[in-house]
Structures are given as structure tokens and as C-alpha cells.
Design a protein around this ligand. Structure first.
Ligand code: SAH
Length: 353
């Protein structure tokens, strides 16, 4: 890595800022030269958040979706996918099982499935809060009133990735959606007091380093509590079947840069990265990541939540999956966090008035 890049990294470690040009320069460094960037992100993560890794249990409760996202296997035009919906009771039961295994946060994710109305989700949130769990919702774009109701019932966090900051690329990839609505949803969620998660895919067809730099800067501007950054993986049942996938190296650079700019945010080592590169989880944990989302969906539905192919650990029962991660973490000297893993940014925001 050249001297200029090293200077930029040291500056970012000191003051958590980078210009767009600086980010582009770091994204463009040859892969063999990234060690300094990853090490700097690891240092910032340790300094601000310590070594503990937060484990979240994710329940993918429905693969029905009304949207047409061109990269995603759940898109409603994909007629080759067998669809499923879990009942509220089955979702609750899966959450209780995860709670027994030690999870303190449950993430409920689905396609955009209007079948689950506002009250169904609200009563599910209420029941999960009675278990003492932190609840993250990731149900896509819904109305302000729905977000408000779920927050009132106790939902703690909402995950809605912006996917790409480039409005034109966004609209090409989402023929039935628009970028402004996406951002509005994030602003509503923030206003309602959710801890917000956003994020992007890396290596989308037509995506440039400039656009990736804009993604990182948007995460900084939104001051997200959580940022999910994963590689694009082409799904054979979508219009992007023959597109090239993103790379693990570019994804790791994006995670590391986000860590430099958002020292207190939660950054997961994403499942998509592990799907693309077997050692992706360990590498992400050493490049700024401090969260792992593990699948606790009942096995019967696992391989039907087919966003992209060969999703990691599709056939592993929740207990075995958790044991294996605990071993991986212990080998890395990274303990499992014992608290609910609310964002430490909260404290600072309150302190700032
Ligand atoms: N309906 C919810 C959840 C969407 S699926 C929502 O709109 O938020 C969860 C995430 O999977 C998406 O945000 C997207 O970033 C990711 N994803 C979908 N298809 C993908 C693909 N082919 N490769 C990599 N990630 C993908």
C-alpha cells in the first residue's frame, strides 16, 4: 500500500472521516495491499466496541413477496420458487427455541408480504417482548402508521437496506420502487425511535467505485446503528442470472471503510459473504465486523428463502449452527456478547442532547 493510502487510513482512524475521493482511492488499491485497511478497521472496532460479538437469531418467516427486485429470488415474477408462510404461533415458537439457545435478539425477516397485516405483526412483537427479547423487524417498506404501531408495541430496531445509493441504478434494479421512498422510510424509522439498520450490496451490475463510496457516505450521513454490507450473488431464477458476482475483497474493503467512519455501529459479517468465500466470516470479523446473524428458521423452510443460491448453512439446525459459531469465535479470541446488544450509539446520542 502506498504512502498516501497509509496516511489517509491513519487520519480516518484518528477522526473517523474520509472524503469521497479518499474512499475511492482506498477502494481502488490492489487487493494484496489491503492489509493496513483491514487492520485499522479491526483496531477501531476493538477500541470502540471491544471484542464481544453479538449473535442475532433471524427467522425468515415468509418468502412471499410483492416486489420485482431484479437481483432477488423472492421476486414475485419468480414462478419456480415454492412459497411458504409461517403462522404467528410458529414464528413465536421458533423465537422461544432461539431464546432457549441463548439468543437475546430476534430478527423477523420476510419478503414484502401484505398477508401479515399491521395487527398480526404488532401482537407478535408484543409476545416477543414479553420473552425479554430485543426485536428487529425487516419487512421492507410499510406505512408510517404501521412502523409507528410496531414501535409502540416495543420493536427495537428496523433493518431496511438502501441497496445502492445511486438513484438511477436503484431504479434500474427495482422497477416498481423508488429511491426517495426508500430513504423516506429510513427517516421515518429514525424519527419513530427505532435503531436503524441499512446497507448495500457490493458488485451489482453497473456499480462503480464512486457509487460504493457514496454508499459508505450515506451510511455515515444516516448515522445508522447497523450496516449490512454483502456481495451481490447472481440468482439463476432472476433477470440477473448471468451477471458477475461481487468479490469478497471489495466487500471486506467496504466493511472496513464503514467501520472507520462509523466506529460505534454494529456491522454484521454477512451470510452472503460467507456464501461467496468460505473464510468470509472470519475475515469480516477481523476487518471491522462485530455481529453475526444466524438462521433460526425451522429447517423445513430453510432452503426456500432463496434470495440467492447456496445460502450458507441452509441445512444446519439452530443448536448445531450456534455451537459451531461459538467454536469459531473462541478460536478467534472473540467472546459471545451476553447482553441484548442495543446500539452503544444511543448513549452518545442522548448525551449529545
Ligand atoms: N423484504 C425485505 C428483506 C429483503 S431480503 C426488505 O426489503 O428489506 C434481504 C436482503 O437480501 C436485501 O436487502 C438484499 O440486500 C439482499 N439480497 C437480495 N438478493 C440478493 C442477491 N442476489 N445477492 C446478494 N444479496 C441479496
Amino acid at each position: 500500500m502506498n504512502r498516501k493510502a497509509r496516511q489517509i487510513i491513519s487520519k480516518a482512524v484518528r477522526n473517523n472521516t474520509l472524503s469521497k475521493e479518499e474512499i475511492i482511492l482506498l477502494l481502488s488499491c490492489e487487493n494484496s495491499h489491503n492489509y493496513d485497511l483491514f487492520q485499522a478497521a479491526d483496531l477501531v472496532r476493538r477500541r470502540y466496541l471491544g471484542n464481544a460479538v453479538h449473535l442475532r437469531g433471524i427467522i425468515e418467516f415468509s418468502n412471499y413477496c410483492g416486489r420485482l427486485c431484479r437481483y432477488c429470488g423472492l421476486r414475485c415474477a419468480n414462478k419456480s420458487l415454492q412459497r411458504y408462510r409461517m403462522t404467528a404461533d410458529d414464528i413465536y415458537k421458533a423465537a422461544v427455541d432461539a431464546c432457549v439457545l441463548g439468543y437475546r435478539t430476534i430478527v423477523l425477516q420476510s419478503g414484502e408480504d401484505a398477508f401479515y397485516d399491521a395487527d398480526t405483526i404488532a401482537s407478535l412483537v408484543r409476545r416477543l417482548k414479553e420473552l425479554g427479547l430485543a426485536v428487529t423487524l425487516s419487512l421492507g417498506e410499510r406505512s408510517y402508521e404501521e412502523y409507528r404501531l410496531w414501535r409502540k408495541e416495543g420493536a427495537d430496531r428496523y433493518l431496511l437496506k438502501h441497496e445502492t445509493e445511486d438513484p438511477l441504478l436503484y431504479e434500474k434494479l427495482h422497477p416498481d420502487m423508488n429511491y426517495t421512498n426508500r430513504l423516506n422510510c429510513l427517516y421515518w424509522l429514525r424519527e419513530l425511535g427505532y435503531q436503524i439498520g441499512s446497507g448495500c450490496m457490493v458488485g451489482l451490475p453497473g456499480q462503480t467505485p464512486e457509487m460504493l463510496a457514496a454508499d459508505v457516505l450515506l451510511l455515515k450521513e444516516l448515522d445508522v446503528e447497523m450496516a449490512g454490507i454483502g456481495p451481490f450473488i447472481p440468482n439463476p431464477s432472476t433477470p440477473l442470472a448471468t451477471a458477475a458476482p461481487g468479490t469478497a475483497d471489495m466487500t471486506l474493503k467496504m466493511v472496513a471503510l464503514t467501520r472507520l467512519l462509523l466506529p460505534r455501529s454494529h456491522l454484521p459479517a454477512t451470510t452472503a459473504l460467507v456464501t461467496l468465500a468460505g473464510d468470509g466470516r472470519e475475515r469480516a470479523l477481523c476487518s471491522g465486523a462485530n455481529v453475526i446473524m444466524l438462521n433460526v428458521t425451522p429447517l423445513a423452510f430453510r432452503d426456500l428463502y432463496n434470495i440467492y443460491p447456496n445460502k450458507e448453512r441452509a441445512d444446519e439446525a439452530p443448536a448445531a449452527g450456534r455451537r459451531q459459531i461459538e467454536n469459531t469465535l473462541s478460536a478467534l479470541g472473540r467472546p459471545v456478547a451476553q447482553n441484548a446488544g442495543h446500539s452503544p450509539k444511543r448513549k452518545f446520542r442522548r448525551a449529545a442532547g
